[in-house]
Design a protein around this ligand. Structure first.
Ligand SMILES: [Zn+2]
Length: 288
């Protein structure tokens, strides 16, 4: 990350400054000069990569790659660490394409980034400063984080679900940049799988967002599996869930939702408590 921020990576634009006649064109799209902002933010390939990554970034919101990194730093440390691992593995995949002519696979990069994050977290685990937990079979770090408000002008919706004996409750909570409560909603029902319920929660949150102003929306949930399905178009959700995944993707494309991100459970505690409350007392209601 230091080399990226200092513009010290051997990008084609940087090499071209020292070697006369060196081809500076981006090897991924072949359309623009490969510099920091192009390769990591503006290239059509990296735009798709970010959108379908677990961080669900919409690149058009940012003017430069340092702005993107700043947004993680001010958003939460978890996003920054995952973002750094994604950038590192995207860079390695770019090098494999350049030197070995290996096709880029976003799913592979995402998995390698999560492994990288897990390795990093394991080092801290030995020092006893953090706990490690396995979430939906993918390993990620988990720190004692709290919910972090979105930037000014953005609303954040947290979603979660409770599920037992085929009964479920899903909840969505909307808050603004001051952390003020905007509204919440719960729905209860019957179904047969926890993934169906987590997707139900996510779709509820996406739809709930339209009840408020037209400002951009960030959605957060703690089901990494479901968020990866929705963000990564190359992922393969079970066929019985495909319609729900497509519905979620379509709402995201046609709404002001800027990102759908994974957060650990402690950052999602209000939505978690609300879902459990709705489950326990069979409450289906809207508070705005
Ligand atoms: Zn490009």
């Amino acid at each position: 990350m230091w080399r990226l921020i200092s513009n010290a990576l051997p990008l084609r634009s940087n090499i071209g400054r020292h070697i006369k006649g060196f081809d500076r064109t981006c090897i991924l799209c072949g359309l623009s000069e490969e510099d920091n902002d192009h390769l990591f933010l503006k290239c059509s390939v990296v735009k798709n990569f970010w959108f379908y990554s677990p961080l669900g970034v919409r690149c058009d919101v940012f003017g430069s790659v340092t702005e993107l990194i700043d947004s993680w730093v001010s958003h939460n440390e978890e996003a920054y660490k995952l973002g750094a691992c994604l950038i590192w593995n995207f860079w390695k995949a770019r090098n494999r394409k350049y030197f070995d002519n290996e096709d880029m696979c976003f799913t592979k990069i995402n998995k390698a980034a999560l492994r990288c994050l897990n390795d990093y977290s394991s080092n801290f685990l030995e020092e006893g400063t953090i706990e490690l937990e396995i979430i939906n079979s993918a390993s990620t770090s988990s720190y004692t984080f709290q919910w972090v408000p979105p930037p000014r002008g953005v609303k954040k919706i947290n979603v979660d679900a409770a599920f037992k004996d085929n009964k479920f409750a899903v909840a969505a909570v909307a808050r603004d940049s001051m952390g003020s409560f905007l509204g919440c909603i719960t729905v209860i029902g019957i179904t047969d799988s926890v993934e169906t319920v987590e997707l139900h929660a996510l779709i509820l949150g996406l739809k709930f967002s339209s009840r408020f102003d037209n400002n951009p929306c960030w959605l957060e949930g703690d089901s990494l599996k479901v968020i990866s399905w929705v963000n990564d178009s190359s992922s393969k959700p079970p066929w019985r869930l495909e319609n729900q995944v497509f519905e979620a993707r379509s709402i995201i494309t046609n709404s002001n939702t800027q990102c759908v991100s994974f957060v650990r459970r402690s950052c999602n505690s209000v939505a978690d408590l609300l879902a459990h409350f709705a489950f326990q007392y069979s409450v289906e209601d809207v508070w705005v």
